[in-house]
Design a binder for this molecule. Structure first.
Ligand SMILES: NC(=O)c1ccc[n+]([C@@H]2O[C@H](COP(=O)([O-])OP(=O)(O)OC[C@H]3O[C@@H](n4cnc5c(N)ncnc54)[C@H](OP(=O)(O)O)[C@@H]3O)[C@@H](O)[C@H]2O)c1
Length: 335
């Protein structure tokens, strides 16, 4: 299902904009007429920086789809106006081209269609944690939910997570462990092994160790399930190493977008390849996934946050993100 989002702002809202000349307007209060109005208004409490934001603010940008745009592909805030939710309800917003083709969440307030707002079952005090999870946390939880719905249960055996030190992977490790799974974290960064164990991994393996019995059509059946953030040959290696009836939830493509495999894992081991999309997820499923995430949140999740910056500090923060100088999430507090 494809949704259309009309993101926009009321007059006089602080925003972080890139204009048609690739000039960045930092934290400016602009008195501009709104370009498109939705049926809902949200006071934004936090946004968060993602690599995609750095690409939007690059000059020239291959990602930005509008000549003049407020950045910010995700945010959390409080309902001011909505067709059915009461004012004060905490919500999260992302997807539908927000922050890339329509105005995004680096702002005090956003006006948009209600279909892009997912109510959060957490207290206002925990909005920073919800934002720290953000799209990556949602993708991790949606992957785990897909495995659970397929029938993979804690106790069935080890569950593999690839790209484990990345945003989606590390949160998948944390959440799987919290649910009670035995998690094997596969990473190309051995220096992160200790940290991955702290996140809940039972054991850590190298990226290259996923391929087993490469000379045979099928590998040894190792994994009850897998969360794959990597794609390419890694996904092929996982498929041929799943146990009978196992499943892999695939969301990423950092190792490649092509998949060369055989039908053997599917027709002899009855395995499943479950596709995960976090962008066009229908509203009911967004709500379900976020309810589960809110249930699993703990105060210690604030360790996910590197720092919280103001709109004025965004140019430096985007540069840090571009150059890999941050460890964890950079949140933006527009007010
Ligand atoms: N489907 C969706 O809706 C959705 C939503 C969010 C993200 N994604 C996708 O999911 C993937 C992961 O996103 P992310 O935010 O977690 O990214 P990220 O923070 O950059 O993490 C990616 C991780 O993958 C591993 N990696 C990097 N290059 C690799 C390579 N060439 N071969 C094998 N592993 C490699 C690294 O982990 P190690 O060093 O631990 O190996 C890295 O930390 C991306 O492809 C992203 O586009 C999809």
């Amino acid at each position: 299902m494809v949704h259309k989002l009309n993101g926009s702002y009321p007059v006089g809202v602080a925003r972080f904009i890139i204009d048609e000349n690739d000039q960045v307007l930092t934290g400016t209060v602009l008195n501009e007429p709104t370009s498109a109005l939705g049926d809902s208004a949200v006071e934004l409490v936090y946004s968060a920086l993602n690599f995609k934001d750095a690409l939007v603010f690059a000059s020239p940008s291959r990602v930005r789809r509008a000549p003049r745009l407020t950045g910010g592909i995700e945010g959390v805030g409080i309902i001011r106006r909505h067709p059915s939710l009461p004012a004060g309800t905490p919500v999260i917003i992302w997807g539908g081209g927000i922050g890339t083709s329509v105005d995004g969440c680096f702002a005090d307030e956003i006006v948009c269609d209600h279909s892009y707002l997912t109510p959060l079952a957490c207290s206002l005090d925990n909005l920073d944690i919800a934002m720290a999870y953000g799209i990556a946390g949602f993708t991790a939880m949606a992957s785990i939910d897909a495995l659970l719905q397929h029938g993979v249960q804690p106790g069935d055996g080890e569950v593999l997570v690839t790209g484990a030190s990345g945003g989606v992977g590390s949160l998948a490790v944390t959440l799987l462990a919290r649910i009670g799974f035995h998690v094997v974290a596969a990473s190309g960064s051995p220096e992160h092994s200790h940290w991955l164990r702290e996140q809940g991994a039972t054991r850590c393996i190298g990226r290259d160790e996923i391929s087993n019995r490469a000379e045979r059509v099928l590998g040894e059946p190792l994994w009850a399930g897998a969360v794959d953030c990597v794609g390419g040959d890694t996904l092929h290696a996982i498929l041929r190493s799943l146990r009978y009836g196992g499943a892999v939830a695939a969301s990423g493509l950092v190792a490649g977008s092509e998949l060369h495999t055989t039908v053997y894992p599917f027709i002899t081991r009855n395995v499943a390849l479950l596709g995960i999309d976090a962008v066009e997820t229908p509203p009911e499923r967004r709500l379900d996934i976020w309810n589960r995430l809110c249930d699993l949140m703990v105060p210690d999740d604030r360790r996910l946050i590197d720092r919280i910056v103001a709109l004025d500090d965004l140019p430096d923060a985007l540069a840090d993100l571009r150059h890999g100088r941050s460890r964890g999430r950079i949140l933006v507090r527009p007010r």
